[in-house]
Design a protein around this ligand. Structure first.
Ligand code: NAD
Length: 520
């Protein structure tokens, strides 16, 4: 029997057909180093977004289970914080190797639960792995500062110390990368960690936790709970949790930032986006089109750094741009096949509700006067007719007051605006509340410099459509895309997960043992 399939048994002696449902596989909690079954009576179904079949169930952890998880983090903190930094570094060094060895299995779980193509899923793991690799440099990253001889016989120095128990709340769209932005960075600094993965895609996090344990992380230093609002409220309110890392929507992020801050915690919240690509008439056309197509439609547009808005500078020859995406997309659509088949370009959206929302936003474009150049709403994928697929869609003649421009669509939809000048394009971008990412496509360095300089967005690409910084830098979304004051990973990540202790010490020279007697 295939797990999760309906089994029908006929009990002939009483001539009644009973339908039994085999229990779905359940996602375990990870508490005190053990994967344990929740005692919860509230469970959430996990669906395969390509078929909408239920493939498992995740618990809403009970209060007692969540308390046990925090207690475990709290109890193990002193010993872990006292573990030498070289030993913690060794755990991370083993961890990066185990992630590499298991990359395909983690990617397989991501594709099953999240729906992205296998190639995208491997990229998801790979980008998280880069953060783990960078965390291995903790011995440099956590260095303090010194100032000798600030006055006679007196020195000043500061240490970076861990905070205690930290917690992470993750979204569905990068099931491996985003948890890997959180617990490895926090834990290499000496913190213990409570992770709450997205209830829609917990599988990758559970395997990552097992690999972390196999790398030598002591039992109880990493704990995992599951759930939705109650688990989030628990994290925001618990007095033993010192810091919260959140990535997800604005609705949840603003709430968690306010509630967590009110309870005295550090909170960093990476949130939604509306990223603009400004296409100058002098841009390299082929390169720009390829970049736009990949960045707008890749991962079905379910990326916070998706380049979901193009601003075309309409003067001179730039009108050549519009027919060309159609041509590119025409060829792309032939490869619009199920997510884990070789060569697949697109997967489904995460839920039927997400699909409905995206389709409604496309509808709103037509109602408000925009034109649909390419319409992916009615696409059907052979063999996966029940999946949440939406094909690549282009909406043109879009104005900044339209709903499809104002809302984050989070689907494979490119909205296209037109302007006459670079200054107008900059104004549009800066008037938009979000500040996650943007890109300019041009062959003119002065134009690129002016744009990068004047645009009020945290991450800028010059002929690079998705300018996510490598982990030696930090992920620096701004304005409505971020709340907090220190960003994820890189130096900022280390700052977020540590506090400074500054020591001023005086050791009088005349007190030194075995000194020569003072010469008089
Ligand atoms: P989401 O906000 O629905 O869920 C994120 C987490 O918050 C989940 O763990 C969920 O259980 C919890 N949650 C959801 N609603 C909540 C509520 N009302 N109150 C308390 N907790 C709640 O986000 P999602 O749909 O999983 O992810 C997509 C969003 O995340 C998009 O807006 C995307 O732009 C954003 N995102 C941002 C970044 C970034 O770095 N800026 C990266 C990835 C995703």
């Amino acid at each position: 029997l295939v797990k999760g399939k309906r089994e029908v048994k006929q009990l002939t002696n009483i001539s009644i057909v009973f339908i039994f449902f085999l229990p779905q596989p359940t996602v375990k909690l990870f508490i005190d180093g053990k994967f344990i079954e929740s005692k919860s009576d509230k469970w959430i179904d996990i669906h395969n977004p390509a078929t909408n079949e239920v493939i498992g169930r995740v618990p809403e952890s009970t209060k007692a289970e969540m308390d046990a998880a925090v207690s475990s983090c709290k109890r193990t903190f002193p010993a872990w914080a006292d573990t030498s930094i070289l030993s913690r570094q060794q755990v991370l060094l083993r961890y990066q190797q185990l992630i590499k060895e298991n990359l395909k299995e983690i990617a397989r779980l991501i594709t099953l639960e999240q729906g992205k193509t296998l190639a995208d899923a491997e990229g998801d793991v790979f980008r998280g792995l880069q953060v783990v690799e960078h965390a291995c440099s903790v011995t440099s990253l956590m260095l303090g500062e010194t100032m000798p001889s600030i006055t006679k016989d007196m020195d000043l120095y500061s240490y970076r110390l861990p905070l205690g128990v930290c917690a992470g709340i993750a979204p569905f769209n990068f099931p491996a990368m985003i948890p890997l932005w959180m617990f490895p960075m926090a834990m290499v600094c000496g913190n213990t960690f409570l992770m709450k993965p997205s209830e829609r895609v917990p599988g990758a996090t559970m395997l990552l936790a097992k690999l972390f344990q196999d790398s030598g992380a002591p039992d109880g230093t990493l704990n995992i709970i599951h759930g939705q609002h109650e688990a989030v409220n628990f994290i925001c309110d618990h007095p033993d949790i010192k810091a919260i890392s959140f990535v997800g929507s604005n609705q949840a992020g603003e709430y968690i930032f306010e509630r967590g801050s009110r309870h005295g915690k550090r909170v960093q919240a990476n949130m939604g986006a509306k990223n603009h690509g400004v296409v100058m008439p002098d841009a390299n056309k082929e390169n720009t089109l390829n970049q736009l197509v990949g960045a707008a439609f890749g991962a079905a547009g379910q990326r916070c750094m998706a380049l979901s808005t193009a601003i075309l500078l309409v003067e001179r020859q730039s009108c050549l741009f519009l027919p060309l995406p159609l041509f590119v997309l025409d060829s792309l659509s032939f490869r619009f096949i199920f997510r884990d088949q070789p060569g697949a370009d697109l997967g489904p959206l995460i839920t039927p509700q997400a699909k409905e929302r995206v389709c409604n936003l496309i509808d709103s474009g037509t109602k408000e006067g925009a034109s649909i150049l390419l319409d992916g709403r009615s696409i059907k994928v052979k063999g996966y007719e029940n999946g949440n697929f939406v094909g690549p869609t282009i909406i043109s003649n879009v104005k900044p007051n339209m709903t499809c421009y104002k809302e984050e669509i989070f689907g494979p939809v490119l909205v296209v605006l037109e302007t006459d000048t670079l200054d107008e394009a900059i104004k549009i971008v800066n008037d938009n509340p979000y500040g996650n990412g943007t890109a300019i496509f041009t062959t003119n360095g002065a134009t690129a410099r002016k744009y990068s300089h004047l645009v009020d967005v945290g991450q800028v690409g010059v002929n690079v459509p998705i300018p996510v910084p490598l982990p030696m830098f930090s992920f620096t979304g701004s304005r409505a895309s971020f709340r907090g004051d220190t960003n994820f990973y890189g130096k900022q990540g280390i700052q977020f997960y540590t506090q400074l202790k500054t020591i001023t010490s005086q050791w009088k020279e005349e007190d030194a043992s075995l000194s020569s007697p003072a010469v008089v």
